[in-house]
Design a protein around this ligand. Structure first.
Ligand code: 1HN
Length: 344
């Protein structure tokens, strides 16, 4: 049958599961990236009330993980916080235990409040205190147990938006509800505690950091050892990257983590970069201009800088530091040769 006119041609093509590239070119090949994620801030004090409500009304057995997902208004289905990364606030009550599972998604936890919980990762109990950064790399078994006496909250970071878009998501329940302890407690933290004295017997074959916990006591020591006589990064202040001590690289193949001290009155030079960043306020208060949006942050708030959005951090206090914990998909961008940045 002959094609009678353009309308016929376009609709006929659709029925063949084909499409005219010339009608898509402008959207598919932009001069520069335009993130669908929206600059957004989640205020901890508002979320905390809901975390406490569900802690009281939803048994952990019904939830598996009692977590409030931080869903970017531009990334609702499937829910994500920025394009490749997720953030959530998890709460566990005294006496509760979150059952063991594993998945190909890489994860970490950054502790917000409370202490006493330990997460068992591949048989090792790793204890959690405020400010600690705990790693759960892809396919490591993990469950959380709370033997102490106050509610505990932490930030979960995962790369599942990336893993699912790559169609590489696998998930398994542990054969038992919980893991048994099969290694000395906190050994993966203790044996790497110096940072540059590495145990010689640990194989260097994994792309993931061998460190279970980067304790806040050490992070704080590193931050305060760098005095005010150092300027640091003109965009991000005294920004330190958590590294894999065996190779100096990022802690996970898909997620890079940092801690940033913004000195009193710090006003960063604006820039944009291809990685998307999720920021958690450890202490202090200030503002971050992200594109057209001004985000005002306070302790424990979480906010996002979508990729290629111009951002500028400011510490609002002139007599106190502000400290941010940040994570991004920089390792992905760098390994795919897609990293770019521009100072403004
Ligand atoms: C997960 O396994 C945990 O183990 C937390 O604590 C948050 C969000 C999405 C998928 C898996 C956890 C998660 C998660």
């Amino acid at each position: 049958m002959a094609i009678a006119n353009d309308d016929d041609a376009y609709s006929g093509l659709t029925k063949l599961d084909a499409a005219p590239l010339w009608r898509y070119l402008g959207d598919l090949f932009r001069p520069e990236p335009k993130s669908v994620a929206i600059p957004t801030i989640w205020h901890y004090q508002a979320l905390r009330e809901y975390a406490m409500y569900f802690a009281e009304h939803l048994p952990i057995e019904d939830a598996q993980r009692r977590v409030l997902m931080l869903v970017n208004p531009g990334l609702q289905e499937p829910p994500a916080t920025v394009n490749t990364l997720y953030a959530g606030i998890q709460i566990l009550l005294p006496g509760e235990q979150a059952p063991a599972h594993r998945h190909t998604s890489n994860a970490f936890r950054f502790v917000i409040e409370g202490s006493g919980v330990y997460t068992t990762v591949d048989g090792e109990r790793v204890h959690m205190r405020p400010g600690d950064l705990l790693m759960t790399a892809g396919m490591q078994w993990h469950d959380h147990f709370h033997p102490a006496d106050e509610p505990m909250m932490w930030l979960d970071g995962l790369d599942y938006p990336l893993i699912n878009s790559l169609e590489a998501g696998f998930y398994e329940k542990f054969p038992d509800t919980y893991q048994k302890s099969t290694a000395p407690d906190d050994i993966s933290t203790r044996q790497f505690i110096h940072g540059r004295l590495n145990p010689t017997w640990i194989p260097r074959t994994s792309p993931n950091t061998p460190v279970g916990n980067y304790p806040w006591s050490e992070t704080e020591r590193a931050l305060s050892a760098i005095g005010d006589d150092v300027d640091g990064c003109e965009h991000d202040g005294i920004a330190l990257e958590y590294t894999n001590p065996l190779n100096g690289g990022p802690v996970l193949p898909t997620i890079g983590c940092r801690v940033q001290r913004l000195k009193p009155g710090f006003s960063g030079r604006p820039r944009r970069q291809t990685p998307s960043v999720i920021c958690h306020v450890v202490r202090g208060h200030g503002t971050t201009q992200v594109g057209e949006t001004l985000l005002q942050w306070h302790p424990n708030d979480v906010f996002v800088i979508p990729g290629w959005s111009t951002y500028q951090h400011k510490n609002a206090a002139t007599d106190d530091d502000a400290v941010l914990f940040t994570y991004s998909n920089e390792p992905v961008m760098k390994s795919l040769n897609l990293y770019r940045e521009e100072s403004l």
